[in-house]
Design a protein around this ligand. Structure first.
Ligand SMILES: *Cc1c(COP(=O)(O)O)cnc(C)c1O
Length: 364
């Protein structure tokens, strides 16, 4: 059978290995498995969210509120924007999919960093668009600008902080860049880890209302999967000028967010204390990785997120080490598919991190 030829050279996205799979493949007890591979919040979810969701589980026979009014109100209040500036997706991943389908087509060019979130490329290929990449490992906006002038891309992706490297741009740099981009080019600011970045360095803070008021060609993406501890609920959002949101809505399937997920995200936004605690503990624990890397003479990339990237030296092999860790029940992310001899480790709880150090030291 023939399929859409655009699918021919797409590699299926490799999500962090699920715990269930490691149980089956290696016969390890679930309690002995530590997953530091998908940048989930190791402190779980706010107890207020769990309570609120538990209280409405019986509502699952009914379709969710497709206007998503409660969550939209909570988000518009948070960012001081209007409901018409917001779209909610099944993860911000889904908003990325809408964006690419709304703006790009066969032959369009889409500009992104050399190493960045893999889904941008996959969705680009769906529509037959051409992916243009910078060469620098970290976002270099001068290089982005040069390529923008040369290639005239339809969409530019800025991932800050960047996944899988963890580096982040200052808001000023982003503003200077946006000032030079014409209003027909859609610029996506993927800020999945921004809650982490702003605690470490206030220069990373992006004021969403200013951003979208000043630039009607820019969309800001956020997610509940990371700092808010709701990876399993699949909720993300985009904030932009109403004209962009209106186009994205044409691509949205009905009821794309479940009743329980909508409730969870709405309540999570109201428990800022939980997020602050998670983010603070994250950077306390990250210090241990920095010290560990120093002792072991491993290079790290300064991270503004809830993960850290360990760049191994040439006598070490990231694929081999990740597999050895996996056999011990420790799931991390091998970055060899990004052509990096590196592993990305989500900063876990104190015990999880201790376990990581204890295991990895045997294999280095
Ligand atoms: C995790 C992540 C997302 C989105 O995750 P969802 O769970 O789909 O909301 C988007 N961009 C980056 C860079 C991420 O790391």
């Amino acid at each position: 059978m023939k399929f859409n030829k655009n699918l021919e050279n797409i590699k299926t996205y490799e999500a962090g290995k699920p715990i269930e799979l490691v149980v089956r493949e290696y016969g390890i007890e679930p309690k002995d498995i530590v997953k530091l591979a998908s940048n989930e919040n190791p402190y779980g979810t706010s107890p207020k969210v769990i309570e609120a969701v538990s209280a409405i589980v019986s509502k699952m026979a009914l379709y969710p509120d497709d206007s998503m009014i409660k969550l939209k109100k909570a988000l518009s209040a948070r960012f001081d924007v209007k409901d018409e500036n917001i779209i909610i997706g099944s993860g911000s991943d889904q908003v990325i999919e809408f964006l690419i389908h709304a703006k790009a087509h066969e032959g369009s060019k889409i500009l992104m960093n050399s190493i960045t979130f893999a889904m941008y490329e996959i969705y680009s290929k769906h529509v037959g668009a051409e992916v243009i990449r910078t060469t620098s490992q970290e976002h270099n906006l001068d290089e982005f600008y040069e390529l923008y002038k040369k290639e005239k891309p339809e969409i530019i992706f800025i991932c800050t902080p960047n996944n899988p490297t963890g580096d982040a741009l200052d808001a000023d740099e982003i503003y200077n860049f946006l000032n030079k981009i014409d209003s027909d080019t859609l610029v996506v600011i993927d800020a999945a880890y921004l809650e982490y970045a702003v605690l470490k360095d206030s220069k990373k803070k992006i004021v969403v209302k200013n951003l979208i008021t000043k630039f009607d060609n820019v969309i800001y993406l956020g997610t509940f999967s990371k700092a808010y501890g709701l990876g399993g609920m699949r909720v993300g959002y985009g904030v932009a000028d109403a004209k962009i949101i209106k186009e994205l809505y044409k691509l949205r399937p009905p009821f794309n967010i479940t009743t329980l997920s909508l409730e969870a995200a709405s309540v999570a936004l109201g428990d800022e204390e939980f997020v602050q605690k998670s983010v603070t503990l994250n950077f306390e624990q990250m210090k241990r990785y920095e010290e560990f890397a120093k002792e072991q003479k491993i290079d790290i990339i300064n991270s503004y997120t809830n993960f850290i990237t360990l760049c191994l030296n040439s006598s070490q092999n990231s694929t081999k080490i990740s597999n050895q860790l996996l056999q011990k029940g420790m799931i991390v992310r091998d970055l060899s598919s990004y052509n990096m001899n590196a592993i990305r480790v989500t900063i876990g709880t104190q015990e999880q991190n201790s376990r990581f150090f204890e295991l990895v030291i045997q294999f280095l």
